[in-house]
Design a protein around this ligand. Structure first.
Ligand code: AMP
Ligand code: ZN
Ligand code: FE
Ligand code: FE
Length: 282
């Protein structure tokens, strides 16, 4: 039996990944992963299909989602795990984020047009045009490549869409506190995502004093010294130390599925809570 591995951070076509839930589970199966959480941005719509596929492949699933927040002007990502996927607090927050994204995308498209790069609906993938789909900058980047304005998604971010670049629009923001509250109302665990990306020490300090339940200590292809810092902090606080690849399919080739993971002991803590909240995940 290979060692138990569960990847707790990946994105499907229901947000900005390029793999369907079925394709992610097939890949997880091929890689020998035994547990998984699909943490799409602002939606849990992947779970209906993922649950069927997971049962078929004998992979254990736990509910997951990723929310963007802002603290002292810095971007902070939160992961929610094991919450009730039908909880009103999660549904409401997802909907608010999708509305925020729609307004933001319109502004970005306007800016691109003024820079001579107009995009129309038909330039976007059919999944991204589905109702209640959290459309993001990666979708715009892909449309720009398809139109031939730039040669890669990376270039789109580097020259136009990345933070503070030519066509960057910050959009409206949500607080860390209200996001933790929504996850807790849905009886889930609130986790600080990829903490090494938080460059402002005061922001990091503030977060460590908030009512989180966990921290993402194992991330993508983290260098081990960085990893250890956050693992130690998480352990000292008695938090769950989570981990995952942040797999997005072909648009982020450096994050292969399963490159970061948690062991069975950690996974079980989340799985037990998830099953209490979601009978369909059993
Ligand atoms: P948004 O949610 O619209 O703000 O877009 C954020 C998404 O863009 C995240 O999922 C990131 O993975 C992706 N992203 C951010 N920077 C880059 C980059 N330089 N290259 C490719 N993807 C990126
Ligand atoms: Zn993403
Ligand atoms: Fe993130
Ligand atoms: Fe992510």
């Amino acid at each position: 039996m290979p060692p138990f591995k569960a990847d707790l951070h990946c994105h499907s076509i229901f947000s900005d990944g390029t793999f369907s839930p079925e394709e992610i589970l097939e890949l997880a199966h091929q890689l020998g992963l035994q547990g998984l959480s699909i943490t799409d941005h602002d939606t849990v719509n992947a779970y209906e299909r993922a649950l069927i596929s997971a049962k078929d492949k004998n992979i254990q699933l736990i509910s997951g989602v990723e929310f963007s927040t802002t603290h002292r002007g810095s971007s902070v990502h939160l992961l929610g795990y094991a919450f009730d996927v039908n909880a009103p607090s999660i549904k409401d927050l997802c909907l608010k984020h999708i509305e925020r994204r729609t307004r933001r995308i319109e502004k970005i498209l306007h800016l691109l047009k003024t820079h001579g790069m107009p995009l129309q609906k038909e330039d976007f993938s059919k999944e991204s045009l589905l109702p209640n789909h959290p459309i993001g900058r990666p979708h715009i980047a892909q449309a720009m490549v398809k139109k031939g304005y730039i040669s890669s998604v990376q270039e789109a971010f580097h020259s136009y869409l990345g933070d503070q670049r030519l066509c960057f629009v910050p959009g409206e923001s949500f607080s860390v506190e209200e996001t933790i509250e929504a996850i807790h109302s849905a009886k889930g665990f609130a986790v600080i995502a990829h903490p090494h990306l938080i460059k402002n020490e005061q922001v990091a300090l503030d977060l460590l004093n908030m009512p989180f339940d966990g921290i993402e200590g194992y991330y993508a292809r983290f260098f081990s010294h960085q990893e250890k810092r956050w693992i130690k902090i998480g352990e000292r606080k008695g938090w769950i130390v989570t981990g995952g690849s942040d797999f997005h399919g072909t648009i982020k080739p450096n994050n292969p599925l399963g490159c970061s993971w948690v062991n069975e002991e950690t996974f079980k803590i989340l799985k037990t809570r998830c099953d209490q909240n979601n009978p369909t995940f059993l």
